[in-house]
Ligand binder design. Structure first.
Ligand SMILES: [Zn+2]
Ligand SMILES: [Zn+2]
Length: 148
């Protein structure tokens, strides 16, 4: 999966006259290997804690390019936090976000995607990037239960 993602990213970059530099590759590797939804600032802190040579600008540019290459999903919480997650177009999925504690859930149910695919087909649209957000309140007893 990760190797495939690198190949897809390299192809995207070369099609867009950009080079897959060692730094970009290191940043992409960190992202491809992380299983979580992350905020850019936290990601930058983590990668810079390991190695100071990564500049904020390079990380931001790489994330922008990964997003354009459809190798990231962008998730927005209701309080305008932006989170990212590595995902290939085949694996793009819907998210359910708790408005109170910020917890993120994934909808992996394949029928959701097949409904979207068949609706797009009717519309004559080839789906390229899926971003579906549902906002609500979760049942986590520690953070959410009973709160309004
Ligand atoms: Zn996700
Ligand atoms: Zn919650």
């Amino acid at each position: 999966m990760s190797k495939n993602a690198h190949t897809l990213f390299e192809t995207y970059l070369s099609n867009n006259e950009s080079r897959y530099t060692t730094q970009k590759k290191a940043i992409a590797t960190e992202i491809f290997e992380s299983k979580d939804h992350f905020e850019v600032e936290d990601f930058i802190d983590n990668i810079r804690a390991k190695n100071k040579k990564f500049s904020r600008a390079t990380v931001y540019r790489t994330i922008k390019q990964l997003l354009a290459a459809r190798l990231l999903q962008k998730i927005s919480s209701i309080d305008s936090k932006i989170l990212y997650e590595h995902s290939t177009p085949q694996d793009h999925h819907a998210h359910v976000i708790c408005n109170i504690c910020g917890k993120i859930f994934e909808i992996e149910e394949a029928s959701v995607k097949s409904i979207i695919d068949s609706e797009c087909k009717k519309l004559g649209v080839i789906p390229q990037y899926l971003s579906l957000h549902v906002y609500g309140q979760c049942k986590d007893p520690a953070t959410c239960k009973g709160k309004k």
